[in-house]
Ligand binder design. Structure first.
Ligand SMILES: CC(C)(COP(=O)(O)OP(=O)(O)OC[C@H]1O[C@@H](n2cnc3c(N)ncnc32)[C@H](O)[C@@H]1OP(=O)(O)O)[C@@H](O)C(=O)NCCC(=O)NCCS
Length: 227
């Protein structure tokens, strides 16, 4: 587990994490379309929100509903009014479910809790909002939730070709534990199984806390409402 480099940032991040609710379903479907374009059938979010073993969190813009301005990825990303306008235009052109003045959802993470394992079934960020610490923020929230629900480990599957996601997981101490051959139905690609060590251990907690602090130093403090 390595701690990332730090860069200047404001006190607070523009994005926060909270549980997904029914109002987020249309935007979450958009995020899924961006993040997993070949996924079929798409996730039935209404059913998932009632699934007793599932917990879904969204990363939403904090001043949601209070402004008509474009949903900039992060104040700390150096976004300019021009950049904000560009993002806003992209979303409008796509006929996005997001409209100015409404809540804006940039990403979501879903976890299934099975016995003593927290299994991350999906984590995704809208294309234009990647690289601004939002995926990492959601992974932090998912691990914190798993810790509070007393899971032993956090585990997931990831495409062997998906080095971006693998980097994120490795940063947080996930290691390869096996391969599921031809796991993905679109191209029969193999999946790596990646799993943490015991998340309740003092060693994991200590390294995790360092990573949370590094994220905060780099991107600003982010609110995380887990339940
Ligand atoms: C994977 C994903 C969720 C990451 O979200 P993100 O908001 O772009 O990531 P962050 O900005 O928080 O970056 C966190 C870490 O991810 C890794 N990462 C992010 N972008 C990367 C890139 N372009 N190249 C390599 N690693 C990258 C790095 O480890 C990074 O930490 P660092 O900045 O200290 O190097 C996002 O790329 C995504 O939605 N991808 C499509 C869906 C997907 O593949 N989901 C995972 C399925 S298992």
């Amino acid at each position: 587990m390595s701690v990332s480099r730090q860069s200047p940032n404001p006190d607070t991040m523009s994005y926060a994490v909270r549980p997904m609710d029914e109002r987020d379903m249309a935007q979450s479907a958009e995020v899924e379309q961006d993040a997993f374009p070949t996924l079929f059938p798409p996730t039935a979010f209404r059913r998932e929100l009632r699934n007793k073993i599932a917990r879904y969190l969204v990363a939403n813009r904090k001043d949601e509903g209070k402004t008509n301005s474009a949903p900039a990825p992060s104040e700390s990303s150096g976004s300019t009014p021009l950049f904000n306008r560009l993002v806003s235009n992209i979303l409008r052109r796509r006929n996005s479910a997001w409209q100015p003045g409404q809540e804006f959802v940039a990403g979501f993470v879903g976890t299934w809790y099975m016995v003593d394992e927290a299994h991350i079934v999906a984590i995704g960020v809208r294309n234009e909002f990647r690289g601004f610490g939002i995926g990492e923020l959601m992974l932090i929230a998912a691990i914190e939730q798993a810790t509070q629900l007393e899971s032993r480990v956090v585990t997931l599957e990831v495409r062997v070709s998906n080095f971006v996601a693998q980097n994120l997981y490795k940063k947080f101490g996930f290691t390869e534990r096996g391969v599921r051959k031809s796991y993905y139905t679109d191209n029969r690609e193999d999946a790596l199984i990646m799993t943490t060590d015991t998340i309740q251990s003092p060693e994991f907690s200590c390294q995790f806390e360092e990573l949370v602090q590094a994220h905060q130093s780099r991107w600003g403090r982010a609110e995380r409402m887990l339940f």
